[in-house]
Design a protein around this ligand. Structure first.
Ligand SMILES: [Zn+2]
Ligand SMILES: [Zn+2]
Length: 161
């Protein structure tokens, strides 16, 4: 069980893992065009780790220098975006945390590039994965290769026998 002020996370494949000690309070989303590209998404959810203890506990991210002042960390094995690293501090991708629900955003940046449909998402037709009848056969066959949402002693898991 993690203490209130401890957090863990990592990339989708598990080659890169991290831990945080300290209270994370600065969670935000950035709509700027560079964040959209870096995350392959409509916006980037980022949590500042300024002022807390942050450590890579397995592997290290690779980097792309996205501007003269900022570099972006990602897992070279699976491509998961992991960091935004600026001279004034590092922010970690909120969705890469094992429990992203603990990190609700408290502000938005890059509003000049915010996509116009962002505000209307709640009105879209919505389905839970297990309610998607057309996908049931596919879902029954799927075997996840995603790292679980907790630290593991070995990765990839050792094969038995
Ligand atoms: Zn990975
Ligand atoms: Zn941005």
């Amino acid at each position: 069980m993690q203490a209130q002020s401890e957090y863990s996370g990592g990339c989708q494949c598990g080659a890169v893992r991290f831990q945080v000690r300290g209270e994370l309070r600065d969670s935000s989303i950035c709509h700027c065009r560079m964040c959209q590209k870096a995350f392959g998404a409509y916006y980037a959810p980022l949590v500042s780790v300024r002022g807390v203890q942050f450590a890579w506990t397995r592997g290290q991210p690779s980097h792309f220098q996205s501007s003269n002042l900022v570099r972006r960390g990602f897992c070279a094995q699976c491509g998961t975006p992991l960091t935004y690293e600026a001279p004034d501090g590092v922010a970690v991708a909120a969705g890469a945390f094992d429990q992203p629900g603990r990190l609700p955003p408290s502000r938005q940046y890059g509003m000049e590039a915010r996509l116009s449909f962002m505000g209307g998402l709640d009105s879209l037709p919505s389905t839970r994965t297990d309610e998607d009848v057309e996908s049931l056969e596919f879902l029954a066959r799927i075997v996840s290769h995603q790292h679980p949402d907790h630290d593991t002693p070995h990765w990839p898991p050792r094969t038995r026998g």
